[in-house]
Design a protein around this ligand. Structure first.
Ligand code: ADP
Length: 330
């Protein structure tokens, strides 16, 4: 059975020549949790993941798994396993042999390793495909095989680099649920790199938002979405307006802006012109020009909008509850 351990980054740093890709970050991934490293391209997510996996040398700092310092251990000897974005399956051997491959390298007898491979294929619902070659599988099926292959090493931490980005939107949502189910069933930690806010919000127990090689904010999806600490997080996580109030920046969620027809109604303190109306099914978004307060978005429930539809070009008045405004660090 894999051990359920925490993983800690201690001032972990990655430099490529002059570039500091990961800048002395500190974070403890709690045992048995699903964490997402979230941020735009180039922010240092993959470098962080590759250092944890042992595929990239750590320039400075440490990586601890439970009580062990694994910073300089080889990838196969550190208790982590990585599932790559392109799945990296061997094309000329069967699905079962792909899954059993690391056991073969360890000298495990063929019948024993194939039995184990079949157990893992069962876990990812791929038993029926054990004898196929990788190119006889769909993208989603190849991904399941790659998962089984990573899990056969019984890692304490499974590392996933953009695991859903190659899938079509329908399959992406299906696999997202499966990854979460697998993590729950296995009870080990998953650390998943993504640039998709939706993916991180849906999957993670903890989201670690990165920017420029540093951690901007770490917390539960609800904390990060509800109370972004910086303007970067508010803008990146989406669904927020960043406003200047009394000279300092404040985030207000698009669905927490109150839209009134007349000045002086409710808590309205800003006027704005409606530039566009976007129907999104259960909500309707208004794109607003609030002059010096900038371009804002208000998100209304569809029933509220259609009870009194607002037309493009209308002037509306905006307000929000005090508790819905979150001060941002500069
Ligand atoms: P992300 O996964 O968030 O897109 P990366 O960790 O891949 O970010 O990259 C972080 C920074 O490090 C970027 O500026 C990138 O150009 C740089 N970088 C990544 N890998 C290398 C490398 N092998 N050599 C030089 N620079 C690299």
């Amino acid at each position: 059975m894999p051990k359920n351990l925490s993983l800690e980054l201690v001032a972990t740093t990655k430099r490529y020549g002059e570039t500091t890709a990961v800048d002395a970050i500190n974070h403890k991934f709690q045992a048995g949790t699903y964490s997402c490293l979230l941020g735009p391209s180039g922010c240092g997510k993959s470098s962080t993941l590759r250092m944890i996996a042992g595929h990239e040398h750590v320039s400075e700092g440490d990586i601890l798994l439970g009580d062990a310092n694994i910073t300089d251990l080889p990838p196969a000897g550190r208790g982590t396993a990585m599932m790559f974005q392109n799945y990296a399956l061997f094309p000329h051997i069967s699905v079962a042999d792909n899954v059993a491959f690391s056991q073969k390298m360890k000298g495990v007898e063929r019948s024993v390793r194939l039995t184990r491979a079949m157990e893992l294929l069962d876990l990812v619902d791929m038993t029926a495909y054990a004898d196929r070659l990788p190119d006889q599988l769909s993208g989603g099926q190849q991904q399941r095989v790659a998962l089984a292959r990573a899990l056969i090493t019984e890692p304490s931490v499974l590392l996933l680099d953009e695991p859903l980005s190659a899938l079509d939107p329908f399959l992406r949502i299906k696999m997202r649920l499966e990854l979460k189910r697998l993590q729950r069933e296995l009870g080990i930690s998953f650390i998943h790199v993504t640039h998709s806010q939706d993916e991180a919000l849906a999957l993670a127990d903890d989201i670690i938002v990165m920017n420029g090689g540093q951690i901007e904010q770490a917390g539960s999806p609800r904390d990060v979405f509800n109370a972004p600490r910086t303007e970067f997080v508010a803008k990146f996580i989406g669904g927020h307006n960043v406003l200047q109030v009394g000279g300092s920046p404040v985030a207000v969620r698009a669905d927490k802006l109150n839209v009134a027809r007349t000045a002086g109604e409710g808590d309205a303190i800003l006027s704005a012109a409606v530039k566009d109306v976007e129907y999104l099914g259960s909500t309707v978004n208004l794109a607003l020009d609030a002059g010096s307060a900038g371009d804002l978005t208000a998100s209304l429930p569809d029933a509220a909008f259609f009870a009194d539809p607002i037309e493009i070009g209308t002037t509306v008045f905006l307000g929000w509850k005090r508790e819905d405004a979150h001060a941002l660090a500069a």
